[in-house]
Design a protein around this ligand. Structure first.
Ligand code: ADP
Ligand code: ZN
Length: 611
């Protein structure tokens, strides 16, 4: 049969999807032609299908190397529910399980075999693999081979030795994170032989980016969750363990189902909380950066940053855990002047030589610049990763409610000169008092009521000056010293501004929290919104059926069907198995196993709803 048709057939029948996403089919065709392939796609775009389908079509077993044991189990479970002959071998299996897995493999029954890199390197494993034809090697999380990346694993360096033993099998390297250097390392170190590269845009159009000023952070978070995502899964990132505990307790008191997660909790508690987050619906995880690696939950509806992330890379990765199912999701963040000061201070106080700090400062500047931008946020974010978005996205706060900006050249000069004339030792409070001629006892004692900048900023409020200082600090036109009592200092970049050689534009602070939930002006492509009460009622009914099935099978609900699939069922309301099969995400195996129950639930829910 024609290759394209057979790949499509598997996509339709096994996975229940109607069409390939960008690059999937070309990657599949290239591997099927026996060539090596490199795939770089953001999380959630569908890398797995690029090796799963060829492994099913080609003779022999597809060996998938993956470093994440927890994820392996999840992927194999998902494949088996779709009727795919998949297995994994890692240290979590019992002897019997490992034995059965081996006999299935040697018996030629396995289409896909997931292994940890250590296992791949074991001579006994290689010996066993010699007994069957190998369809392909797929190295997942391929960035682990590079020291430049954030997750170097030395065993990855030895993967090519093993692949060399099976010279005829095409090699695939897949990852979601790779800057130019890491990319080069992957192609070289995994010995890909003139590979074809498939690189997707890093845009995640279904994520709505929003950044707000922090006034009462917790309250802002609570109303965000209550008004926009009640009863839905989300992650709240905070900086410290203590804060994770406190915020989780506080949210619980306010009626939100929240759990903490951080490295200070014992192993069992962490595992339990992670399990509940995955298996149950509507858990809000309040976490430090310790949480997230290997979390593959597709229906996380929001990621909230109550404290600033450590860099743009971290921000992209953390927010990227929202909306992996492609449905609308929010990346929400609040920050304050105090947060900026502490970020700059942590950096200055960190150990590391000047060159290291220089890089770190540039990274921090980018992050803070993102927070303060008046441009489309998605443009700024993607530009950081070397991608140019030509038009504004229409799905971020600055696009939806463009902020006002004002010419701040003179204000910036006044603010910087006030820093200079008071000896570069004071913070925003004192400086704003000097500028607005608020002669406090401290000002009189220090004689700051007699300097030239005293009262030159009376045309603006104290609050306005705070905003100016925050933006100067964010733009790197000011910095702070290492100690907790050090004040603002000028930087090399302050000079041209002070001398009037550089114009500055500031953005006006918004009046109060802007809630953008009301209407998504430009509906995200492919997002399916339930429009009637009847549909919403059916959807809720399907969710509870899914939860019931999931707990009886001891599987996470999303492995049965994604939210998106349930929504489509609620909208279309299929009446027969055939109609059900037409719904995206319903493959033959699942239709056969669960179809009748879902059809019955749809019919019943429809009846209770009729008056
Ligand atoms: P990645 O490994 O890139 O993070 P996955 O391979 O896990 O992403 O795929 C993410 C989700 O997208 C999965 O639920 C997958 O079933 C779904 N998906 C993949 N390809 C398609 C497609 N062509 N149409 C619809 N959904 C798809
Ligand atoms: Zn935008």
């Amino acid at each position: 049969m024609h290759l394209q048709t057979s790949a499509h057939k598997i996509l339709n029948r096994t996975f229940g999807y109607s069409s390939f996403r960008e690059h999937q089919l070309s990657a599949i065709e290239t591997v099927m032609a026996g060539k090596d392939v490199f795939v770089l796609m953001p999380t959630g775009m569908g890398k797995s299908i690029c090796y799963q389908i060829p492994a099913m079509l080609l003779d022999g077993v597809g060996v998938v190397v993956s470093p994440l044991i927890a994820l392996m189990q999840d992927q194999v479970n998902a494949l088996r529910l779709n009727g795919v002959q998949a297995d994994f071998l890692n240290s979590s299996l019992t002897r019997e399980e490992a034995y059965e897995t081996r006999s299935r493999l040697v018996g030629g029954k396995t289409d896909l075999l997931y292994v940890a890199p250590e296992r791949l390197l074991a001579p006994s494993f290689q010996e066993m693999l010699q007994k069957v034809p190998v369809a392909l090697f797929a190295v997942d999380e391929a960035h682990c081979v590079s020291q430049w990346g954030h997750d170097f694993r030395p065993e990855y360096l030895r993967i090519p030795e093993v692949m060399a033993l099976f010279d005829r099998a095409p090699r695939m390297a897949l990852t979601a994170t790779a800057d130019a250097q890491t990319r080069k390392d992957i192609l070289g170190r995994l010995s890909l032989r003139s590979p074809a590269s498939f690189v997707s845009s890093f845009d995640r159009p279904n994520i709505r980016y929003r950044v707000n000023l922090k006034e009462k952070g917790r309250r802002q978070l609570l109303s965000f969750i209550e008004q926009e995502h009640p009863g839905r899964s989300g992650i709240v990132y905070v900086r410290t363990r203590k804060r994770a505990d406190q915020i989780a307790v506080w949210l619980e008191e306010k009626g939100i189902f929240a759990l903490p997660y951080h490295a200070g909790l014992d192993q069992d508690t962490r595992a339990l909380h992670q399990k509940r987050f995955i298996a149950e619906e509507g858990v809000v995880m309040v976490a430090t950066i310790a949480f997230g690696m290997g979390i593959d939950k597709p229906d996380v509806r929001f990621v909230a940053h109550l404290d600033l992330p450590s860099s743009m890379e971290a921000y992209y990765q953390e927010t990227g855990r929202a909306g992996r199912d492609g449905e609308p999701a929010d990346a929400w963040m609040v920050y304050s002047l105090a947060d900026l000061i502490s970020m700059r201070r942590i950096l200055e106080a960190s150990s590391g030589d000047e060159a290291f700090k220089h890089i770190q400062r540039r990274k921090l500047d980018s992050l803070l610049g993102y927070c303060e931008t008046a441009e489309c946020r998605r443009k700024v974010l993607l530009r950081y990763f070397g991608e140019d978005l030509l038009t504004d996205c229409g799905n971020c706060d600055t696009c939806l409610q463009p902020p006002d900006t004002w010419d701040g050249t003179v204000a910036a000069q006044k603010a910087l000169s006030c820093v200079y004339r008071t000896g570069q030792r004071f913070g925003a409070g004192h400086l704003a008092d000097v500028l607005t001629a608020n002669a406090t006892a401290r000002i009189e004692k220090l004689g700051h009521d007699r300097i030239k900048t005293f009262g030159v900023g009376r045309e603006m409020t104290r609050q306005d000056w705070f905003s100016v200082y925050r933006q100067l600090l964010a733009a790197g036109l000011l910095t702070v010293g290492e100690s907790a009592i050090s004040g603002f200092r000028l930087t090399p970049r302050s000079r041209p501004v002070l001398k009037g050689e550089k114009n500055i534009r500031f953005r006006k602070d918004p009046e109060k929290d802007r809630i953008l939930s009301k209407k998504r002006k430009k509906p995200v492509k492919a997002a399916l919104d339930l429009t009637t009460d009847r549909q919403r009622h059916i959807f809720e009914r399907l969710r509870s059926l899914r939860l019931e099935l999931a707990s009886s099978l001891q599987l996470p609900p999303y492995l049965i069907f994604h939210d998106k699939t349930l929504k489509e069922m609620a909208a279309v309301q299929p009446k027969s198995l055939e109609e059900l099969l037409a719904v995206n995400g319903v493959g033959e195996k699942k239709a056969e196993k669960y179809g009748e129950r879902f059809l019955a639930a749809i019919a019943e829910a429809g009846i209770d709803f009729s008056p």
